[in-house]
Design a protein around this ligand. Structure first.
Ligand SMILES: NC(=O)c1ccc[n+]([C@@H]2O[C@H](COP(=O)([O-])OP(=O)(O)OC[C@H]3O[C@@H](n4cnc5c(N)ncnc54)[C@H](O)[C@@H]3O)[C@@H](O)[C@H]2O)c1
Ligand SMILES: [Zn+2]
Length: 387
């Protein structure tokens, strides 16, 4: 059967990848004739010493470097605004985001706001963005959100207890450095959570109603890389090959998002992050197998493709059997990564579920792309399994 919809992908301008590719930061910045740059990062990345080298390389090349290192995890509107105000004072010609999705998302928003007369509130209210931001370089240190490749940035709106996605093609970064040496000391639990987030991106984009030949290519490749290396990256953090696979897989997941979209896993994760501050990757990890189980009857063929991409033996199996094996594999993966979290640990009980369902049902941007319509009762039943 042919493909009858129009689809598109606006991709990153330049990608430098491989061990020690961080050295190329000097040339990338010189390519934009930037004399003055702002690095946006967070305390964890700063304390891990990951800013020292890029900062020294740039300063040795005569570039003026200012570092903002107080990005909080999963930042709120007020926190992003505060960082924008600080960055604005420095009059830089380039914004460099170094860290996980939190730092990169803030860097993407700051760059856009520096070049447009728009407040963060305007952006959250879906005001159209006229101009690209100041040039951006993203250096992911988790693997990860794939934010280095997406047109999205996510901000927590505390009064609505919801995370809101800002989406604009103008926000796709200009350049990216994928250096696995920066991720070898990523703590185990963060390796597990962010790796599962990347796997969710790839799987969801593959089964999404917006899936297309471009996203399929990147999503299947991402699933293969992540499936073969996530356990190794978790158990042997210093394994550079596994870390390399994870960084590539995470970026391919991000590229899939840029042309397809995530679905019900991410929609149901939004209230967990927005109200209960459960980390993004953890929320998605615990939801993934249950949501795929829900989709089983409409997505068997695609689940079989995913099973093959994961290296699961499917010879002689029907599509349904292969699909079931793929879902079993997702359940065993979260066990292997020691993800045993239940919602009760956050004090969530039966009486909270209706509120969570109402909040998740608002995320129609993603729910509408799920291959099977999800009613509020369906959502409740899935949350119930996580109690
Ligand atoms: N823009 C997008 O397309 C997109 C996609 C998915 C998620 N997100 C957003 O990204 C955010 C989550 O990002 P995340 O999961 O990457 O986590 P994060 O950026 O919040 O980082 C998690 C923790 O890991 C630490 N850390 C990061 N790299 C490290 C390293 N190499 N060594 C030691 N510590 C390190 C950080 O200091 C932080 O404490 C959420 O706000 C989420 O909504 C955005
Ligand atoms: Zn995600």
């Amino acid at each position: 059967m042919g493909f009858d919809s129009v689809y598109s992908l606006l991709n990153i301008g330049k990608i430098m990848a491989g061990p020690n590719s961080i050295e190329s930061i000097k040339d990338l910045v010189a390519g934009y004739s930037a004399q003055s740059v702002v690095i946006i990062t967070d305390q964890g990345v700063w304390n891990a010493g990951l800013i020292d080298r890029p900062k020294a390389i740039l300063e040795a090349a005569g570039v003026n470097v200012k570092v903002i290192n107080n990005t909080p995890p999963e930042p709120t509107v007020a926190e992003v605004t505060e960082i924008f105000d600080a960055a604005k004072k420095y009059e830089c010609q380039m914004i460099i985001g170094i860290g996980g999705g939190s730092s990169m998302d803030v860097a993407k928003i700051v760059a856009i706001m520096l070049n447009n007369i728009l407040s963060l509130k305007d952006l959250l209210n879906k005001a159209s963005v006229e101009r690209r931001g100041v040039p951006t370089l993203m250096i992911p240190t988790t693997a990860g959100t794939g934010a280095e490749a997406t047109p999205n940035a996510i901000v927590l709106v505390p009064e609505d207890e919801l995370k809101v996605g800002i989406v604009s093609e103008k926000m796709v970064p200009d350049c990216v450095i994928l250096d696995p040496t920066l991720t070898v000391n990523l703590p185990k639990s963060i390796t597990a959570f962010t790796g599962m987030d990347a796997l969710c991106h790839a799987i969801e984009c593959y089964i999404s109603k917006k899936a297309n030949p471009l996203s399929d290519t990147f999503a299947l490749k991402a699933v293969g890389l992540i499936a073969r290396s996530i356990r190794r990256a978790y158990n042997e953090g210093g394994d550079l090959d596994a870390r390399h696979d994870m960084l590539l897989g995470a970026m391919f997941g991000g590229i899939s998002i840029a042309t397809s979209s995530t679905t019900a896993v991410h929609a149901l994760a939004y209230p967990l992050g927005g109200k209960y501050r459960i980390p993004h990757g953890l929320s998605n990890a615990i939801l993934l197998p249950h949501v795929m189980n829900f989709n089983l009857d409409v997505a068997q063929d695609k689940f079989k493709d995913l099973a093959v991409a994961m290296g699961i033996e499917v010879d002689g199996l029907s599509n349904l059997q292969a699909a079931e094996k793929m879902i079993e594999n997702l359940y065993s993966l979260i066990v292997d990564l020691d993800i045993t979290f239940s919602l009760k640990e956050k004090g969530i009980s039966e009486s909270d579920l209706d509120g969570m369902v109402e909040a998740a049902a608002k995320v129609t941007r993603l729910l509408d792309n799920n291959p099977k319509p999800m009613t509020k009762n369906d959502m409740r039943a899935i949350y119930q399994k996580l109690l």
